[in-house]
Ligand binder design. Structure first.
Ligand code: SF4
Length: 330
């Protein structure tokens, strides 16, 4: 049978149905391209499915329609091979997101251009997030990057699916250039030395220390101590998924997640949101009222009140006064 430029989805009553998943770098799609997806779906009675990899799958295509669908999209047919770099999941970053610490779109697009479709010993997914919220799930990607106040944390070895594994923190570096250099070294070392295995299995086989030694070379992490403590924290969480400690202690947060606001203390513009809602839970509705629907989010709750007020476009003095009235039961 001739090779089909689509994925066989299922055979029902002897009829084969295929899916194609065109490349959409970063998940950013212009209206004109979106219209082409709609036209293909209407023409071939196909179904559109948003995937977890920020792409749009066109499924339920008959075999004879697969090449025509690619033609309507204006794209060359893509033949699928499993052992390659699949996609780079990119969060909106500083381009669009109020919480971003780094430009994940710029870095993610560069990684996409450099690596997507490259053959590898096994499949490889990448994720780039602009802040520790990690909306691109960087910690479960083969190569994951997370923006911080100081630079970028670079991870390797994550995976979800049948064999989930948290990625190992390889280093925290200051610049995008250093991230690209480190990723290049990790990918090259993996390609040249791995069997048919995901990068996480490769790291487990040779040991994290050996992997880091091979790829770090003259790259100087921002803070070696930080790197190892974050690694240790992740390993501990991986070993005990029921542990209550955060995966990585967020900047400005103590070991027990508090900074010292105690019952009876006044709320100020520098009070940390997490502490306010822990010590004075009756303030929660007031915080939610001004648009802080993010009270369950570790990154958001590690912010001081002044920063949260600024993000949500609220005057901090007025907010402090409102919370203080609640605290005093006025
Ligand atoms: S990871 Fe951070 S910067 Fe990226 S979308 Fe999520 S909150 Fe925004």
């Amino acid at each position: 049978m001739a090779q089909v430029a689509g994925n066989l989805q299922r055979i029902r009553n002897g009829q084969r149905r295929y899916a194609i998943t065109p490349r959409i770098p970063g998940g950013f799609v212009q209206p004109a391209m979106l219209q082409k997806f709609i036209d293909v779906a209407n023409t071939f009675k196909a179904t559109l499915k948003i995937t977890g990899g920020q792409r749009i799958m066109i499924t339920n295509l008959k075999q004879e329609d697969v090449d025509k669908a690619w033609e309507m999209l204006g794209m060359a047919p893509a033949y699928t091979t499993s052992n390659r770099v699949r996609s780079v999941k990119i969060c909106p970053g500083t381009t669009f997101c109020k919480r971003a610490k780094q430009d994940s779109v710029s870095l993610g697009m560069k990684l996409d251009k450099l690596y997507v479709s490259q053959e590898m010993p096994s499949k490889m997914k990448m994720g780039v997030s602009g802040c520790p919220n990690s909306c691109s799930e960087s910690i479960t990607k083969d190569i994951g990057v997370i923006g911080t106040v100081d630079g970028w944390q670079v991870y390797a070895g994550g995976s979800a699916g049948a064999h989930p594994r948290f990625a190992d923190l390889i280093a925290e570096v200051a610049t995008e250039k250093e991230v690209l250099e480190l990723v290049d070294r990790m990918v090259t070392f993996y390609k040249e030395n791995a069997h048919i295995e995901r990068i996480g299995a490769f790291i487990d086989r040779i040991g994290l220390a050996a992997f880091k030694e091979a790829v770090l070379g003259d790259i100087t992490p921002i803070d070696g101590a930080n790197t190892s403590s974050a690694s240790a924290s992740i390993s501990a969480a991986a070993a005990n998924p029921n542990a209550t400690e955060p995966l990585v202690n967020l900047p400005g947060m103590g070991a027990n997640g508090t900074q010292g606001l105690n019952q009876g203390d006044p709320i100020t513009e520098n009070s940390i949101i997490r502490e306010i809602i822990e010590v004075y839970p009756n303030t929660i509705p007031a915080l939610q009222e001004i648009g802080m629907g993010c009270l369950g989010c570790p990154s958001a709750t590690s912010e001081p009140l002044w920063q949260a007020a600024s993000i949500h476009g609220f005057d901090v003095t007025e907010l402090v006064s409102r919370l203080e009235k609640i605290r005093k039961g006025a």
